[in-house]
Design a protein around this ligand. Structure first.
Ligand code: ATP
Ligand code: MG
Length: 454
């Protein structure tokens, strides 16, 4: 922070539930407040007297004091401090009384983090101060494990910061390996849901029946073999986030069911009759052009609109080459440390070759290339010779067929190469798309002499 930056507004949190204190302290500290947490009035009061906060957020029922008492003591000790009360449903009357006695506002539990943020901003404005500017934390080259200093990534960090605390559905679009899951995790971990589960679900990996069973769960006896009730992911993630990966692959009948769940915030377990209400945030991801799929009747437009309340587009790595040096440095350090090797230096030709490569497999491919280089290199500096030869070409060329290789074989090789590249060098996906086993794929890739993932 520069010398003339204004001091951070000070906020104290007082609640006897330690989890609440921790959650609020973490969230507000991230917003740029100077935050301290206390679990009893006895602990908080001396600190308030010594260093009064701009805002005190306190529960109305503590083991050693109630809202009225806290308010009276704070008014005496620190008359400038604005008090925001948090109340359980049963204590609303009490809070109204406290408001009359001078509390700034009260929030009924459970409340959204966003409501608290707004109330704190209001309190600060009321005292002629302003909340930290959440939209402009200055340039950072990493955010919640995502690396990138390109303008495109800066914009993504800003969007994540703005929308993480909101409960809105988010659709993340980007080619394979661009970091969609990483962005989804960042949204989860910086929202108020961080302590609850983050559950990824691959919508393309299962048949329609299995998708329903996985997402919605089933009642005991719903079908042969359903010996007990099973919670689906949407219920199991209660309070957290469900990441619907490859949402474009979701079978149409399931899309209709999912739409209903989003609209009603309830679901029916397979074989169930009573709707169960759910509390999850949905983040979906796709590497396909959903708008084209809608035009082709392969994806429901109504679901698309429900999912993309906010849309995050992650550009392919070749369109944000500024990120390459930082990513290389990050992966070299990370991987060498994981391997227990000394961290090698990055040679100029190593970086130059990578900087001019197009990365059809995006960041995942970059990570694989660095992993291979770090694993094989025995020198203290990584050089161009640590890179696979095909990195020097913009596109992988299938090897020139031998004289007696049949035309069909060549076509097949080209097709495998193409699919492999389009999936971002992901063997599992390539095998699935080609309808062959991973072992067969592995054999074919070896024949083709293609650099493989692992
Ligand atoms: N900006 C980034 N900073 C650091 N690591 C990244 C970044 N982007 C991607 N990665 C890493 O690259 C790998 C691929 O990322 P991720 O799985 O999130 O991509 P994806 O878009 O979900 O890919 P796919 O479409 O194949 O599922 C992961 O190991 C992830 O940690
Ligand atoms: Mg993914």
């Amino acid at each position: 922070m520069s010398d003339n930056a204004p001091p951070k507004p000070r906020v104290y949190i007082l609640d006897d539930e330690i989890v609440t204190v921790r959650r609020l302290v973490q969230a507000l500290a991230k917003d740029g407040y100077e935050v301290e947490g206390f679990i009893s009035a006895g602990e908080a009061m001396p600190r308030i007297a010594e260093h009064p906060p701009e805002v005190l957020v306190t529960d109305v029922r503590l083991t050693d004091a109630d809202g009225m008492e806290i308010l009276q003591r704070v008014t005496m000790l620190a008359p400038q401090t604005k008090v925001i009360l948090m109340t359980g449903y049963a204590a609303v009357d009490h809070a109204v009384q406290a408001m009359k006695a001078g509390a700034f506002h009260y929030l009924a539990k459970p409340f959204k983090l966003e409501e608290l943020r707004n109330t704190i901003s209001d309190a600060l404005r009321y005292s002629g101060k302003s909340a930290p500017d959440l939209t402009d934390p200055g340039p950072v080259d990493r955010f919640a494990g995502i690396i990138g200093n390109s303008p495109a990534m800066q914009e993504i960090f800003k969007t994540i910061r703005q929308i993480a605390p909101l409960n809105c559905n988010v659709l993340i679009q980007g080619e394979s390996g661009t970091g969609k899951e990483l962005v989804a995790k960042a949204l989860h971990s910086t929202s108020g849901r961080g302590q609850h589960p983050f559950i990824p679900f691959n919508c393309g990996a299962f048949s329609e029946e299995l998708v329903a069973n996985e997402l919605f769960g089933h009642e005991k006896g719903a079908f042969t073999g359903a010996v007990s009730t099973k919670l689906g992911l949407l219920e199991a993630a209660n309070g957290g986030t469900v990441f619907l990966d490859e949402v474009g692959e979701m079978p149409i009948p399931m899309q209709i069911k999912l739409l209903r769940v989003i609209q009603e915030r309830t679901l029916l377990r397979v074989g169930g009759v009573a709707p169960v209400s759910i509390n999850v945030r949905l983040i979906a991801a796709t590497n396909r052009d959903i708008e084209k799929m809608i035009a082709a009747g392969e994806f429901r437009q109504d679901l698309f609109y429900r999912l993309k309340v906010v849309m995050i587009n992650i550009p392919p790595l070749r369109k944000r080459q500024e990120d390459i040096p930082l990513l290389v440095e990050h992966f070299v350090t990370l991987i060498a440390t994981q391997f227990g090797k000394p961290v090698p230096e990055i040679g100029a030709d190593f970086l130059a070759a990578l900087s001019s490569y197009t990365f059809p497999g995006n960041v995942r491919e970059l990570q694989n290339i660095v992993e291979r280089a770090v694993a094989l290199s025995r020198e203290p500096v990584l050089t161009g010779s640590d890179l696979p030869p095909d990195i020097f070409f913009a596109e992988i060329q299938p090897p020139v067929p031998e004289k007696n290789t049949s035309h069909l074989k060549v076509l097949e090789q080209e097709h495998i190469t193409d699919v492999y590249r389009r999936t971002g060098f992901n063997q599992t996906k390539t095998a699935r798309l080609l309808g062959i086993s991973r072992t067969t794929l592995w054999r074919r890739l070896k024949e083709l002499n293609l650099f493989s993932e692992k």
